[in-house]
Design a protein around this ligand. Structure first.
Ligand code: ASP
Length: 318
């Protein structure tokens, strides 16, 4: 999906709720979830907030929504544990913050932002990230509070049939990572991505989501990108920075995203989805998996979709 914007600077926010074979049983909830997240993030910018504030708010809304595999609703690793990854990036300064393999944190995106703003580092992992969260007063939640009954059942089913990431290559592996990109009326872009990863991943496996240039990238000179899909494939082609590079070369977001997803499919046989906003305000939401729930707010219109080539619109609620 794509949209070409007027030259005047207006705020734009695009979100995704993960690219994979989303079953019908959660398709409505996924679409409603991305629409609500897009509206909540856009409202922040409408009230004068920055793109960075907006992407954090939108991603937090999806982390709190158990239909998505991020924060509440996370998938489980081979040991039946939750390990969460997240990144946030500010296109003004290229400041970035990320966390990987964190446990018992409801909103990893907020912890990632704290890494960016309160430490000299870009990424903290595992125990260190959790210690840092304690030191700045981010509350811990019990693992059970993050895991849904459906995920426990699915995880047991996967275990019983020894299904792993490779067996489920046809985009069944992925599970609703969330992400947001925004352009504010000051001309700043930002991105955020958050995930529980892929079900039955090895303990300690880190996917693309928290890796700068893979799960996300933002630069005021070009635009902002958030990715979803098969993490190992996304990392091999550094998908987010590849899309940014194409936008720097003058491609509009839809062309940039489509050609990079095609490259990832051909080069490493990986599927996924990407949302992007250019500094001009043009934006795109594209995927090569069966489905991806996405929504965008652009001026007075809320756009959204789930299936390939689908693009619905509604006027923004007053
Ligand atoms: N990219 C995520 C990961 O590999 C999964 C997803 O996007 O659904 O951890």
């Amino acid at each position: 999906m794509t949209h070409v914007n007027e030259p005047a600077m207006k705020a734009v926010l695009v979100v995704h709720g993960g690219a994979w074979a989303i079953p019908d049983s959660i398709s409505v909830a996924s679409v409603e979830g991305v629409k609500a997240a897009a509206l909540s993030g856009f409202l922040v910018m409408k009230k004068g907030g920055t793109a960075l504030d907006a992407v954090e708010t939108a991603v937090k809304a999806m982390e709190d929504d158990p239909v998505f595999d991020a924060g509440h609703g996370a998938v489980l690793n081979t040991d039946g544990e939750v390990e969460l990854d997240a990144i946030v990036m500010d296109g003004r300064t290229l400041a970035a913050g990320a966390v990987s393999s964190v446990r018992n944190i409801a909103n990893p995106v907020t912890l990632a932002r704290a890494v960016m703003e309160k430490t000299d580092h870009v990424m903290l992992t595992d125990r260190g990230a959790n210690h840092f969260a304690d030191s700045i007063g981010i509350p811990k939640v019990h693992t059970d509070a993050l895991v849904t009954d459906d995920e426990r059942k699915e995880w047991h089913r996967y275990k019983m049939y020894s299904l792993g990431v490779k067996d489920l290559f046809n985009s069944q592996w992925a599970h609703d990572t969330v992400g947001a990109v925004a352009l504010d009326c000051y001309g700043n872009v930002a991105c955020a991505t958050s995930t529980g990863g892929i079900r039955n991943k090895m303990v300690g496996r880190v996917g693309d989501s928290p890796i700068i240039g893979c799960g996300g990238y933002a630069d005021n000179h070009s635009g902002a990108v958030s990715c979803t899909g098969h993490g190992e494939s996304i990392m091999k082609v550094t998908l987010a920075s590849r899309v940014i590079f194409h936008m720097e070369q003058g491609k509009v977001p839809s062309e940039a995203v489509k050609s990079c997803l095609q490259y990832m499919g051909e080069r490493v046989q990986g599927g996924g989805g990407v949302i992007a906003v250019a500094r001009t305000g043009d934006w795109a939401a594209e995927f090569t998996t069966e489905r991806m729930a996405w929504a965008a707010v652009d001026g007075e219109v809320l756009w959204y979709g789930l299936n390939p080539e689908e693009m619905f619109q509604e006027k923004l609620p007053q």
